[in-house]
Design a protein around this ligand. Structure first.
Ligand SMILES: N[C@@H](CCC(=O)N[C@@H](CS)C(=O)NCC(=O)O)C(=O)O
Length: 219
């Protein structure tokens, strides 16, 4: 397997966590520098016309894209430990929590959106940061409300086993920290995130642990 990755990419962070949980290691990790705009270069564009990472070239040579699709693929080829519960209603809840992050929140803070706010709409940096922190906060409120009131929340987002919901919630919380958003007002989210990040599979996948990452980030 070959993973196209960048230290700061939260979507690739999700895939790295899933690979670690499954005990899978890509043979090759190719750096796509999002700050330099390498995702838009012809070579990568040919691989993923959407010009986004992650992309995963599977052992059969076929290219997979979209983090949630890649994670479900990994779950299907390597079913243990499972990243989705077995009962349909539970699966829907886990997928819904994951999609709050991956489908609704994350797209509002990716480089292409931030670049558009800066270059086309001419928004200054404080205003762009306000945009990002607003959507991070709205998402944390939604996650905290769902997780704190639902008896199905356990040690993790759903019961006492890690699921794709935890992978996504951790990616959002780590993104929040990169943008200096305090998690203290969201105690259930913070507890689950701390529990996950205490595990090697999550900790090793952290953006700041990847090659090329700076020691600290302010936003
Ligand atoms: N929904 C996609 C999002 C992928 C995505 O937006 N990736 C970001 C990095 S986290 C990216 O490659 N951005 C490049 C850009 O915005 O130009 C997924 O979950 O894989």
């Amino acid at each position: 397997m070959k993973l196209y990755s960048f230290w700061r990419s939260l979507a690739t962070f999700r895939v790295r966590i899933a690979l670690n949980l499954k005990g899978l290691a890509p043979d090759d990790v190719v750096d796509v520098d999002l700050i330099k705009g390498q995702q838009c270069e012809p070579g990568f564009r040919a691989l993923n016309p959407q010009m986004l990472i992650p992309a995963l070239v599977a052992d059969n040579g076929r290219t997979l894209f979209q983090s949630l699709a890649i994670i479900e693929y990994l779950d299907e080829i390597r079913p243990n430990p499972p990243l989705l519960p077995s009962e349909p209603h539970d699966r829907a809840r886990v997928r819904a929590l994951a999609q709050i992050v991956a489908c609704d929140a994350h797209p509002l803070m990716v480089p292409r959106v931030r670049n558009f706010l800066e270059r086309e709409l001419k928004l200054d940096e404080p205003t762009r940061l306000r945009w990002i922190r607003h959507w991070i906060g709205e998402t944390l409120v939604a996650l905290e409300t769902h997780l704190s009131r639902d008896p199905q929340t356990g040690r993790y987002c759903h019961g006492d086993s890690v699921t794709v919901a935890d992978i996504c919630v951790v990616s959002h919380a780590v993104g929040a920290k990169l943008f200096n958003v305090d998690l203290a007002p969201y105690p259930t989210v913070a507890r689950i995130v701390d529990t996950c990040l205490a595990q090697d599979a999550f900790a090793r996948a952290h953006p700041l642990k990847q090659p090329g990452a700076p020691a600290t980030v302010t936003h």
